[in-house]
Design a protein around this ligand. Structure first.
Ligand SMILES: O=C(O)CCC(=O)C(=O)O
Length: 348
């Protein structure tokens, strides 16, 4: 939940604070360690790129990427590059606008965690270390939740761009869920039907230049709690995924869209595909922008392992869960790593 007057990271950065305020200082074991970067680069570890136009090989490539990484880039995805530029441009225009304009669209503190609007704080509890990030969250699906009047009115074309982007991301997420289902020998519509009516939020994150980037995180380590996240970033870089205990940078790939598997997919696939832990690091010189589109079940939906993926040799890994309960517990505990999904583990 937002406090009445949340500190805006961008305001701190614009004021030129020379040192990182204490609330943003991560404990040493959670800080980004630049010494990891050359190591992962020298191992040439980089996220798979899947060509969605290569029909013959796409399913196999998705299977490998989901099993090995829980994340992958897609290219030739059918979303016009101009639309990717437009949503990034709209976001940038919002964050570059005067603070007074932005504050007219501030998150409503009375409506709890993850409310729609301009925010700076992910969790309700005040004592957690804060992310060096501001964001704008849009509720975009189902259409009954979509109210463009809650989105900025001072950036020309902003609202139309968000609507068009939302529709394109819905179509792409559905297409990907078909391919992911097929990659597990499930009927193509399996995952989409198991999810039910899609809930979609679009979060534009803005990471201001940070006075002491080695002490802070733009966004702390987490796995997403829904089904699938589609992410685009600008050309600055800062996203990292955790693979085999090592943080691997995910440099921006022009016009590609990053697919991130989230916790409900891990539950539905009985752990055959894992949600990926990721975080955003910051830097001293450049602001960075990303746009994350979350595809989630309704809060009332019961999520469980696909029966076809449960056997004597491969028993059910996670307890069934009502999605709304999962989200509440995520917000109560905080994201740190994947400990939320771990609470559903069934002792074997
Ligand atoms: O900014 C990024 O690259 C990561 C964003 C993200 O992980 C999120 O919004 O959940």
């Amino acid at each position: 939940m937002e406090t009445a007057a949340p500190p805006r990271v961008q305001a701190l950065a614009d004021a030129g604070v020379p040192h990182l305020p204490t609330q943003y200082i991560q404990p040493p074991d959670l800080r980004a360690d630049p010494s990891h970067w050359p190591r992962s680069l020298s191992l040439s570890l980089s996220l798979p790129v899947v060509d969605l136009s290569a029909a013959a090989t796409t399913t196999d490539a998705v299977r490998r990427a989901c099993a090995d990484w829980g994340a992958f880039h897609v290219v030739n995805h059918g979303v016009p590059p101009g639309l990717l530029d437009a949503i990034r441009g709209a976001g940038l225009a919002f964050f570059r606008a005067p603070m007074a304009e932005k504050l007219r669209f501030g998150c409503d503190p009375a409506r709890g965690a993850a409310t729609e609007g301009y925010g700076s704080r992910m969790l309700a509890n005040d004592d957690s270390v804060l992310d060096w990030r501001d964001y704008f969250d849009h509720h975009t699906l189902p259409e009954s939740r979509r109210d463009p009047a809650r989105w900025p009115d001072f950036v020309p074309g902003y609202r139309d761009t968000v609507v068009e982007y939302s529709n394109n991301m819905k179509a792409l997420a559905e297409r990907l869920l078909c391919i992911i289902s097929e990659s597990l020998n499930l009927p193509p519509s399996y995952l989409q039907e198991a999810v039910g009516e899609a809930y979609q939020n679009i979060t534009i994150s803005y990471y201001s230049p940070c006075p002491q980037p080695d002490l802070a995180l733009g966004l702390q380590s987490h796995s997403d709690f829904g089904v699938i996240t589609l992410l685009i970033q600008d050309d600055v870089g800062g996203l990292e995924v955790l693979k085999d205990g090592m943080w691997i940078p995910v440099p921006p790939l022009p016009d590609a869209i990053l697919v991130i598997l989230s916790d409900q997919t891990e539950i539905m696939t009985n752990g055959k595909y894992k949600s990926v832990v990721h975080r955003a690091v910051v830097n001293a010189k450049h602001a960075r922008l990303s746009v994350a589109t979350f595809y989630d079940p309704p809060k009332s939906q019961k999520i469980c392992a696909a029966p076809q993926l449960v056997s004597k040799d491969y028993p059910q890994k996670y307890r069934d869960v009502i999605y709304g309960d999962y989200v509440s517990s995520w917000y109560k505990k905080g994201p740190e790593g994947k400990r939320n999904i771990d609470t559903l583990l069934i002792e074997q």
